[in-house]
Ligand binder design. Sequence first.
Ligand code: ADP
Length: 699
Amino acid sequence: MENTFGMDIIPENDQQRIEALKRYKIPDILPEPAFDNVTKLAAQFFSVPVSRVSLVDAEQVFFKTGKGDPASVSRGLSLCSLAILNHEVTVFEDTRTNPLLLNNPLIRDNPGIGFYAGAPLLTPDGFAIGTLCITDQHSRSFSPHDAALLKSLAEIVMDEIELRLAAIEEPEKQREEELQLLNEKLTTTVEELAAANEVMLTTNEELAKTHDNLHHTMNRLTQSESRFRELIEQAPVAVLVLRGDGMVLEIVNPYMLKLLGHEPDIVGQPLLRGMPEMAGQPVFDIIYEVYRTGKPYYGFESPMIMKREGKTKTGYFNYAYTPLLENGKIRGVLQVATEVTEQVLIREELQKAEEMLRFSIEAANVGTWFIDIQTLEFMPSSSMKKLFGYLPDDEMSYDAILGQVSEDYRKKIIIAINATFTRSESFNIEFSIITKQNQKLRWIRAIGKLDNDADGKLIHFSGVAIDITEQKQDEIRKNDFIAMVSHELKTPLTSLKGYMQLLTAKNRKNEDGFTFQALEKGNAQITKMTNMINGFLNVSQLEAGKIYLNKQVLPLNDLMDEIVEEISITTQNHYIIIRPCPIISVNADQEKIGQVINNFLSNAVKYSPRGKNIELSCKEVNGWVQVSVKDEGIGINAADIDKLFDRFYRVDNPNTQNISGFGIGLYLCSEIIQRHNGKIWVESEPGKGSVFHFSLPMI
Ligand code: ADP
C-alpha cells in the first residue's frame, strides 16, 4: 500500500479494528442519507465547503456523504487515516506547512486541502472505524471549543451507525430462529405438544427480547436527540427549527433569541403567534416555499425588521433555510443565520464617503485614471477627459494622450512609468500637452501609484492629474525675470571687473600695500558676484529647457588636473590633493562636467575649517567612471541628504548660518549629471566630513 506520510499509519490492533468496522455492515459504495443531516449541519456550523463521514478500511478510505466527490481514496493518501490513530480530534490548521503532509498530492493539488479537522468515530469497545471530517481549501483556525463541537457531532454519527445495526440485525435474527423452529417442527412430530410449548416459550422470550431491544433503541434515540439539542444550544451561530404544517417553533437557540430580541417563551408556539412581526415579511413566504418544495434557500445581506431592546429596527442577515427530512419526508425547516448588520452599515458609510470623495474630486477639477495591469485597459474619469480637452463621451486612449504630450516630455513619461513598474518608484511628473478640442497648451501634473490586491498581486496603476498651467506660467515669468536681471547685471559687472583689473595693474607700480589689498578683496567679491549671477542664469536656462550639451570625447584626468591647478591659486587655507587617476575618457560636455567638479571642490573648501585636506580621486567601477571629492568638514545630517540636490535647498544650522550661498550649486550639478545619464550622490557623517560622488558611463 502506498503511504505518503512518512510514518506508520497502521495501528497495532488494525485487524480487530477492521473486524469491528465490518460488524456494522455499512455498504462500501453507496452514500448513506442517514448521515447527510449531520454533515450538512457540520458544514454550516464551521462554514466549510466540505464535511464528510469516512470509514477507514484495510486499503481504502470510503466516504459516505458528499455527492460528486470521489467515493473512496487510498488509505495512504487520506488524512482520515491519521485521524483514526488518535481518540481526540486531529486538526491541521495549515496543512501546507506540516512536514507530515508535504508529499501528499491531495494537499499539493490545485485547489487542494488547506485545512483539515477529523473526529474519530469510536465504537463502544474503543475502535476508531472512521471519522467525521471537515476540510477547506484555505488554512483557518480551529478552537478547542470547535473541536469539542466536532467531537459531539461524531458521536451523533456513531449513534446513527449503532441504531442502523440494531435495525438490520433484528429481522435477520428472527428469520434464522423461525427457520430452526420450522425444522424442529418437521423432525419432531412426536413431541408436538412439547414443541408447541417450546414455541410458545421461545416466542415469549423473543417478545421480551424485542421489547428490550426497542427500549434500548428508544433510549439511544432520546440520547442522540438530546445531544443534538445540546449542540444546537451551544452553537456559535443562530439556529431555529420550525416543525409541521403549523410552523411550530420547536428549537430556537439562545443566539437566535438574542438576534430576534425574543424571550425563550416563544418556543412551542406557532411562528406567527410567537413572532407576529414576521407577518407580511418576504421571509415568511420563503419559509413556506422551502417547506413546500424541499428546496433550500440562501439569503445574502437580507434586511429584516425586528424587535430589539423594545424598539423596531432593520437588521441584515446571511442565512440558509434548509428542509428537515425524516424518512425522506419534509417535516420542517431549519434556519441558520448570522447577523451582518454592522458590516452592511460600515459598507454603506464607506460608499457614502466614497461618493463624497468623488464629488470633491470632480468639484476640484482633478482627473483620475486607472490602468488594469492584466488587460492594460486605460480608464479615465470624465474630469480627466476634460483636462485633455475631450468631451465626456469621447474615447480617450493611453496612446492618444501620449501623442498630445509635448515631445520633450513624452520620453520622460515613459521612463517614469517604467521606473514605477520595475523599481516601484513613485510616479510624480509635470508635463505640457496640447488640448484636443481647441489645441491650447496646458501644463499637467500627474501622480500615480501601483495598487495590489489582498495577495500582493499588482492589479492597477492608478492616479490623479491636475491642471498647473497658471502656476507654471508664473514660474516661467519668474524665470524670465531672473534671466533678464542676471543678463542685465552682467554687462556693468564685466566693465567693473575691467576697471578693477586696470587699477590693480596701475597700483603695482605704486607699491601701496593697503590699496593693493583693498583691490584684491574687491576683485574676489566681483568674482563671487559673477559666479552667483552665472548660477542664476544657468538655473533659468535649465528651467526653460535651454541647456544644451556639447558632448565630446573627454579625458577626465586632464580635466581634473586643470581644475585643481586653477582652484589652488585662490585657495590658500586648504590642501587640495589629487590622487593618481587611470587614463579614462567619457563622452561629455567639458564645460559642464568641469562646473560640477568645481562646485564639489569649492563646497568642500566652503564647508571645511582652515588647514584641512580635500581629496579629489577617480576610479573605474563596472564600466562606469566614478569621480569623488572628500573633505574633513562639518558633514551633513541624514535628514538633509535627500534634499541636498533640490533647487534652493540649504542646510539650516548654526555651522552654515554665516556661509553665503543660494542652494543652487548642487541642483545644477545634479541636472547636469542626469542629462549625461549619470548618477550623483553623497556620503557624509556630521562632524567628520563628506564625500560627494558622480559617475558617468565610460566610452
Ligand atoms: P550653496 O553652497 O550655495 O548653499 P549648494 O547647492 O552648493 O548651495 O549646496 C547646498 C547645501 O549643501 C549647502 O547649503 C550646504 O549646507 C550643503 N553642502 C554642500 N556641500 C557640502 C559639504 N562639502 N559639506 C557640508 N555641507 C555641504
